[in-house]
Design a protein around this ligand. Structure first.
Ligand code: GLN
Length: 533
């Protein structure tokens, strides 16, 4: 392996939710824009083996990679910024670390030794960090440590960083993200919480090299010097991170603060290309100057927590930019929709998206919204459960199968148009047992899907247990439904369409996971285009 991978750790202090993911992705973007190969990894200190079993209210969306890993939503940001796919190796939790160590212990691999947090857990963490570097694909591995410094849970991770800093010397550095609170009564930015959180890091033996300070107000030179003095960093390594109007602005804010230049200098890299951000800036320019606006309803059951549908919201931003229009999402709770109030609830929407989901809550509202979209010729896109609901709606109202349902919602239905696959029936474990990750989909020529993709074979990511029930294929096709996307190995239905409609499509997969700034997803682009009339 000829390349000498550099490791950058991003820790967080003072409070959670400072945006370590966006800062990591922005730094990665700048390094990539200078011609380097970069990947980003997230270490999550919770005990779940992965976030797949977490309620979206707890942790927001579960993001799925090509290789079928159920991961933290920050990986979505990494892909959207870098346009490079992530994998299982890019997200590791404490649960997975312990699971591995305990499995090794059971196999006798520790040869009778007492298995301990240090060195066994920390060694496992260090291995997971170095795995991406060892692929030889990346010049930089940025590792974001979840949680806040001082949390009991993150201690083994900080200890692993301390050891790696010692082992790797110049090939490794630490960026600490903190908050400068503003006291409006005295009109001051306060540095004490930052001083304390760096002190805490120092107690654990880790000296940060760069401090990125989140702030609502610009940070003047005096404050930078003060922080630098108390925290043993150079004044130019105290970086201001102001609140941004969009996450996509943050790489440019970091460029202005020269974060990339400071990082390259710290790591002793002299030969770096010029920053090439033309495409990125072109995207931002269109984002800030839309020629039109359009209102699209997002119908789901976690609408109070917008993070639950993060990738869908971002895919609409990308597709809006391609159409030079601003998509205003109206988040509508499916439980609030009834046959009686539907007209008033969906009034004025130029498009309707029915979101993915699990379980019965709000299902009838989703089905009602789809009927409304189909009958009133409002552009419709259904994703995963949204597609399944479109199949149920068609079965009930076009095929006349009044009792039609998914077996997930009604195991006793006489018309299970959505059903479990045979190989899912025997599964009793919840974690990692769905149909997950990338599968091929053959797209039928002459369909709406084909005109969007412009090709006959695509790969899309899945996360579900239930499927379109093959036994009903013929009935649906005879009644006019178009099955425009089929899995070439086995024939599962992946895309459905209703013709004689401006845009009516349901997809069993999740196109939103693959939409990036550089490559907005074709189905979202076509859907938004249809909403513009
Ligand atoms: N609950 C459905 C299934 O398991 C749909 C899942 C989803 O929308 N991600 O098949």
């Amino acid at each position: 392996m000829s390349i000498n991978t550099k490791y950058i750790f991003v820790t967080g202090g003072v409070t959670s939710s400072l945006g370590k993911g966006i800062i990591s992705a922005s730094l990665a973007k700048l390094l990539q824009a200078r011609g380097f190969t970069v990947t980003i990894q997230k270490l999550d200190p919770y005990i779940n083996v992965d976030p797949g079993t977490l309620n979206p209210y707890e942790h927001g969306e579960c993001y799925v990679t090509d290789d079928g890993a159920e991961t933290d939503l920050d990986l979505g940001h990494y892909e959207r910024f870098l346009n490079v796919p992530t994998s299982q190796a890019n997200n590791v939790t404490t649960g997975r670390i312990y699971q591995n160590v305990i499995e090794k212990e059971r196999k006798g691999e520790y040869l009778g030794k007492t298995v301990q947090v240090i060195p066994h857990i920390t060694d496992e963490i260090k291995n997971r960090i170095k795995i991406l570097g060892k692929t030889g694909q990346y010049q930089f591995v940025i590792t974001e440590i979840g949680g806040t410094v001082g949390d009991i849970e993150s201690l083994p991770y900080i200890e692993a960083v301390r050891q790696l800093k010692w082992e790797m010397g110049n090939n490794c550095m630490v960026i600490h993200l903190t908050l400068l609170p503003y006291l409006s009564t005295s009109g001051e930015l306060k540095t004490k919480p930052t001083q304390h959180s760096v002190k805490l890091l120092l107690e654990y033996g880790v000296q940060p090299d760069v401090l990125v300070c989140r702030s609502e107000h610009p940070i003047n030179q005096d404050i930078r010097r003060k922080i630098a003095l108390f925290c043993n960093v150079e004044p130019n390594a105290v970086i201001e991170a102001l609140d941004a109007s969009t996450i996509y602005q943050v790489p440019l804010l970091m460029e202005k603060e020269k974060l990339d230049v400071i990082v390259l200098k710290k790591l002793g890299i002299e030969a770096a290309g010029e920053l090439e951000l033309t495409k990125w800036k072109g995207f931002l320019d269109k984002l800030h100057n839309p020629k039109s606006e359009v209102k699209i309803g997002l119908i789901g059951k976690y609408v109070e927590l917008k993070d639950a549908y993060k990738s869908i919201a971002e895919a609409f931003i990308h597709a809006g930019v391609t159409n030079e229009c601003k998509v205003n999402l109206e988040w509508i709770h499916s439980e609030d929709i009834t046959e009686e109030n539907i007209k008033q609830k969906l009034e004025g929407l130029k498009g309707i998206l029915v979101a993915p989901g699990f379980g019965t809550r709000g299902i009838e509202g989703k089905i009602a919204a789809i009927k409304y979209a189909r009958e009133n010729k409002i552009p419709f896109l259904g994703i995963c459960l949204g597609m399944q609901c479109a199949v149920i709606e068609f079965a009930r109202n076009v095929l006349g199968l009044k009792d039609a349902h998914s077996r997930e919602m009604n195991p006793a239905t006489s018309s299970p148009v959505i059903d479990l696959l045979e190989n899912q029936k025997t599964i009793s474990h919840m974690g990692g047992t769905m149909r997950l990750g990338s599968y091929k989909c053959a797209v039928e020529e002459g369909t709406l899907a084909y005109s969007a993709y412009g090709k006959a074979l695509v790969n899309e990511r899945h996360r579900h247990r239930y499927e379109f029930n093959d036994e009903y294929k013929k009935q649906f096709v005879e009644a006019g439904m178009v099955l425009s996307g089929i899995n070439p190995n086995g024939g599962l239905v992946e895309i459905i369409e209703v013709p004689n409609h401006p845009f009516f499509m349901g997809v069993q997969f999740h196109p939103e996971y693959k939409s990036t700034v550089e490559k907005p997803h074709p189905l979202f682009v076509s859907f938004v285009k249809a909403t513009l009339g």
